[in-house]
Design a binder for this molecule. Structure first.
Ligand SMILES: *Cc1c(COP(=O)(O)O)cnc(C)c1O
Length: 342
């Protein structure tokens, strides 16, 4: 069945972004493929990354580890949320390993699989997941593969980055592990002192640009195209869409497109987003509906029903238009797209 909405995803761009991140870090890079590969498709992304040389994959839950399917020999899949009270069976049957976050998770792992390798997250100031540095005594006796911490403000020039780095160095010197990992995409941009043995980029693998250092180095990974359902004239003085927030001050040609907030094109794009028809920018007119938007198409007289137009979904600029973060723009992409990997 033909779908009127398409996401075209470029494997080569994913691979090149990952290579740039690894080169910049100067150490092996893994990749976060949680949230279904940031909305693009975890399986396809993981296999493209494997081909490029990536061997460490990060998901948030055991369900995501299972959904990833079997990965080639020599890879590791780490479940970032660790092993909760109901996860023992999954943890023992899947080849993934947990990243333990809490004293309770550490105690459970010692009970369930003390000799099995695990990762551990230490909190160095974000106060999200992880053991406090004062709790690292609990780790005695575990077979720690990678000891992690995570940066709270790496996308900003903040003194907190250096403070977290110092804390992580102190913790790393006290906890034996095979490897130490600290940096996400933005952290890789901060400099090699943040690299340790392994980095964990996500956003920039998928085309996100969290800091100026990545500008011009990270390529767009996907494009969004939607089919025109109707072309119409909005007579001067009439409105368009829910709430009548657009009122035509002159006769206005509009194309009604097959995309809406149910596809992740959220209402922040109302009267702010745009589409492209060749070199013409077509502004969104009025409110985004569930399944549709209207764009002004007076500049493109040849556009007709059944034609396709590209939606401006360039992550940095779409983020400014919509008020959504680049992370939200990626992960809210809906399930109605035809996903084409090229
Ligand atoms: C999601 C996540 C990452 C990836 O971060 P990006 O900002 O997307 O590069 C790295 N580490 C942890 C612990 C994460 O949860």
């Amino acid at each position: 069945m033909d779908r009127p909405l398409r996401l075209t995803i470029d494997r080569t761009a994913i691979q090149e972004n990952w290579r740039w991140l690894q080169d910049r870090a100067g150490v092996p890079a893994g990749a976060a493929v949680k949230a279904d590969g940031y909305g693009l498709g975890a399986r396809e992304a993981a296999h493209a990354l494997y081909e490029a040389g990536c061997r460490d994959f990060f998901v948030s839950s055991w369900a995501e580890a299972e959904a990833l399917g079997p990965m080639p020999l020599g890879t590791s899949v780490v479940v970032l949320h660790g092993a909760g009270p109901k996860d023992a069976e999954a943890a023992l049957s899947l080849l993934a390993r947990p990243c333990l976050n809490t004293p309770g998770q550490v105690a459970r792992w010692k009970e369930v699989a003390p000799e099995r390798p695990c990762d551990v997250m230490v909190d160095t100031g974000m106060n999200r997941l992880g053991l406090r540095p004062t709790e690292i005594g609990l780790l005695d006796g575990l077979a720690i593969e990678t000891l992690h911490s995570h940066l709270a403000r790496a996308d900003e020039d903040s003194a907190m980055n250096g403070m977290q780095l110092e804390r992580f160095r102190t913790v790393a010197s006290a906890v034996p592990a095979k490897r130490y990992a600290f940096a996400n995409s933005a952290g890789i941009c901060l400099g090699r002192e943040y690299s340790f043995d392994l980095v964990r980029p996500g956003l920039s693998v998928y085309g996100g640009v969290p800091r100026v250092e990545a500008e011009g180095n990270i390529r767009d990974v996907f494009r969004v195209d939607a089919e025109i359902v109707q072309r119409r004239l909005i007579p001067a003085g009439e409105s368009c869409g829910y709430g009548a927030t657009f009122i035509a001050d002159e006769d206005t040609e509009a194309a009604i497109l097959n995309i809406g907030y149910a596809d992740g094109y959220l209402r922040g794009f109302s009267s702010r987003g745009s589409a492209f028809a060749g070199e013409f920018a077509l502004p969104v007119l009025g409110r985004v509906s569930m399944d549709l938007i209207a764009v002004g198409c007076g500049a493109a007289p040849g556009l007709k029903e059944g034609d396709w137009v590209e939606i401006d979904y360039d992550l940095p600029s779409a983020s400014k238009q919509s008020g959504l973060s680049q992370y939200e723009l990626l992960t809210t992409l809906g399930s109605r797209f035809e996903r084409r990997w090229v």
